[in-house]
Design a protein around this ligand. Structure first.
Ligand code: S6P
Ligand code: ZN
Length: 186
């Protein structure tokens, strides 16, 4: 493969991506604590929660994958629209998130349930340590758009999150976003 360039349009999303993944509410309803509210969203048009536009590179050690994501604004009950979230299959791989526009929170958690909530706003650069699951929330009124860069051989473990969830989540409070224990919402 030769060096190549991708451009981002006014939205901050990658133009001419090699792959696009669209996640609607029906693709991830179980991720939200309030399943009844998630069902209402599905019955009322099943909106796109987020989309991911990727450039593909060989999945080999030393290669870097990169991807732009847009999360639409909204809530399911009090919980903000979010990504599915995942661990990297290779627990030695880190990731960088650069926020292009909007407001959000990246929630990172370890298997022993340590957690950190990091602010995402235009220009913020987040380093996700290896071994930390990560999920992003749109806490604003506009789309949240960011670029993620990670080792192409990292692999994605979604199943652990689908089965065990995150112990914490981010909800709309009276004065902005609040991190709460997921168990308090169910
Ligand atoms: C990939 C990186 C992001 C996410 C994207 C969607 O390692 O963390 O590009 O893939 O933001 O989230 P998810 O959890 O559905 O992959
Ligand atoms: Zn990742």
């Amino acid at each position: 493969m030769e060096p190549f360039v991708k451009f981002t349009g006014a939205s901050g999303l990658m133009e001419q991506p090699d792959n696009v993944v669209i996640r609607k509410m029906s693709d991830m309803a179980a991720a939200y604590a309030d399943s009844q509210k998630a069902r209402q969203w599905i019955e009322n048009g099943d909106p796109v929660v987020y989309e991911m536009l990727e450039a593909l590179v060989p999945q080999a050690a030393g290669e870097l994958m990169f991807c732009t994501t847009r999360i639409n604004p909204g809530t399911v009950g009090r919980e903000y629209f979010m990504t599915k979230g995942h661990y990297h299959e290779d627990p030695t791989t880190a990731e960088i998130y650069y926020t292009v526009s909007g407001r959000g929170i990246l929630l990172a958690e370890t298997k022993d349930r340590r957690h950190v909530a990091l602010e995402m706003r235009k220009g913020s650069i987040i380093h996700v340590e290896p071994g930390w699951a990560h999920r992003t929330y749109n806490t604003g009124e506009e789309p949240l758009v960011f670029l993620a860069v990670y080792p192409a051989n990292a692999g994605h473990d979604y199943r652990t999150i689908e089965q065990e969830g995150f112990a914490h989540t981010v909800v709309k409070g009276d004065n902005g976003p609040v991190v709460v224990k997921t168990s308090t919402l169910r």
